[in-house]
Design a protein around this ligand. Structure first.
Ligand code: CUA
Length: 340
């Protein structure tokens, strides 16, 4: 490469590194809630700290290697007409020891904090006072079962600053539980219980996503985690424990009849009305912000769209199209939405 070519090469390389730095710096939380760079739990913070430590070590090593390379190119290279410098590498014991010890040290600097973080993030027993929640992954939705009997679908509520212990189970094939801002992915494997332990430190809503390819609607297997203040969590839990009062509104009352006479009851539970367990528990459906595993906002229009043709929204979903005539569909939607 001539000098001009070398200069362009270096300029291009620097421009690319600046572009990468700007891109990573630009992955801020705002508008990018699936980021792993804005930790909101102890577990996510440990992973972030490890990531930064390793990146800093890598940057120092990169600077040393590139510096040595530049030095070798510009200071120790032979000039036109000069003989090549003599090599001492094969006979210098000091050099041999240096380049064996150097990489060993580098590997230790990376592996020791990594292994420490792995053990720290996977305690064998649940911490004292932990809220233990069973998570069941289904094709393609998430079930959350609380110790006091509360069951939700696709929306997990947890209190801030209290240890959370999730027991992850699968109803069918391998999935992976992942809330980027609350910690690393954990596989959900049939016939096995995996645990995920963390303390969420900032109230807010953090989206999650299945992170293991699990079939046609893998990308539609989303969920939301709400980190509530202790008071909000107690209120949410008591609301979820209450049996919904029968509708007083005429349209919703008709909807309750449509539900009770429909095949919905085979798959869905509404406390006091139906006992299905194949699909999500709908007892407090109206209190959720989304439907169809986080794919749509929970609005009457979207609920109607979903009931009319689930396959269009979530290909492969087990729920069949109900083919209800318009008035019955409207009544059913009205009923589902009052189940707060
Ligand atoms: Cu479940 Cu991908």
């Amino acid at each position: 490469m001539n000098r001009r070519g070398a200069n362009s090469y270096w300029l291009a390389s620097i421009a690319m590194q600046v572009a990468i730095a700007v891109t990573i710096g630009g992955c801020s939380e705002k508008g990018r809630p699936m980021t792993t760079l804005a930790p909101k739990s102890d577990l996510a913070q440990w992973i972030q700290s490890l990531y930064i430590d390793v990146t800093v070590w890598d940057a120092i090593i990169l600077a040393i290697v590139v510096g040595a390379f530049i030095l070798a190119v510009f200071v120790f290279s032979s000039r036109v007409g000069e003989a090549a410098p003599a090599s001492t590498a094969s006979s210098d014991l000091g050099l041999e020891i240096a380049w064996t010890l150097g990489p060993t040290l580098v590997l230790l600097m990376i592996s020791v904090p990594t292994i420490r973080t792995i053990f720290r993030s996977q305690p064998a027993v649940a911490p004292k006072n932990a809220l233990e929640i069973k998570v069941v992954a289904h094709q393609w939705w998430w079930e959350f079962d609380y110790p006091d009997g509360v069951k939700t679908g696709n929306e997990l509520h947890i209190p801030v600053n209290r240890p959370i212990r999730l027991s992850l189970e699968s109803a069918d094939i391998i999935h992976s539980f992942w809330v980027p801002q609350l910690g690393g992915k954990r596989d959900v494997v049939p016939g096995q219980i995996n645990e995920l332990t963390f303390v969420a430190t900032v109230p807010g809503m953090y989206p999650g996503q299945c992170a293991e390819f699990c079939g046609l609607s893998h990308a539609n297997m989303r969920f939301r985690t709400f980190v509530d203040t202790p008071d909000d969590f107690v209120k949410w839990e008591s609301d979820q424990l209450a049996i919904p009062t029968p509708p007083t509104d005429q349209l919703a009352s008709e909807g309750a009849k449509v539900f009770a006479d429909s095949p919905c009851t085979t798959c869905h539970m509404i406390q006091g009305i139906s006992k299905g367990y194949i699909g999500p528990d709908l007892t407090h459906f109206g209190s959720r912000t989304t439907l169809a595993a986080g794919v749509l906002q929970n609005t009457p229009e979207n609920v109607a769209k979903w009931i009319e043709n689930p396959q269009e929204i979530k290909p492969g979903a087990n729920m069949p199209a109900l083919l209800l005539p318009g008035p019955k569909l409207n009544a059913l939607v009205a009923y589902l939405e009052i189940l707060k």
